[in-house]
Design a protein around this ligand. Sequence first.
Ligand code: KIV
Length: 266
Amino acid sequence: MIKKVNINTLKKIKASGEKFSVLTAYDFSTAKYIDEAGIDVILVGDSLAMVALGYETTHSVGLEEMRIFTKAVAKGVKRALVVTDMPFLSFHCDVVSAVKNCGDMIRQGANAVKIEGFSDYILSVVKRLTDTGIPVMGHLGFTPQFLNTLGGYKIQGKTKEAADEIFSQAKELQKAGAFAIVLEMVPEESAKYITEHIEIPIISCGAGRYCDAQVLVSDDVFGKYSEFTPKFARKYGDMRALILDCARKFDFDVKNGRFPSESEIF
Ligand code: KIV
């Protein structure tokens, strides 16, 4: 029987000094294969705004779309922990609507939610969600939903003061009940210090080698999304080339009477 990953599994992995893996997925079959491959956490990232829906930033994706993708991913997953990224404006207005919107993702099949950023308000949301039985993953450092206030895609926590600030935010999130934190685009040295001094798992997204886990956008890993690839992403395949090749062969076969063949007809 397959043993489902839960938030305690991740805490135990950190305590044992081992690492866990996190990839994004947005559809049923990709989620199924990623799960079969042994990835521990599958994130229905709001990066789907760009890689699945063709928007320019994550700001354009809404709750309704996240709901559909969450449902599809959850259906494909047997083992991994499924975490849904709460989209821009879905948890910012008040705690009551934040709980309703996050709870809705749990109803679609997510096991936890991820919320970006830090403020006293966000701490109160994390606390209320945790009290409601909704596990929360935090997201600090570069937070794409704050792109306009951060002034662009910039590395965060570069000075000692800035790194200390992220560390104190991580401690507060931990205290409020977060079960893990994504650290995005933070220098390795700062991320290492934070990882070693925080009890909950720290997941690197361009935060170097010493975090408890690594997350990447699956379309970058598969070589499918070709608009932009961040420096910290590693391409393990060339799905763009594979898709082009298959589509061109099909096109050729159809236009030259080679498809369908006798075995492909009724
Ligand atoms: O939206 C996303 O895919 C993310 C990860 C890259 C951390 O937030």
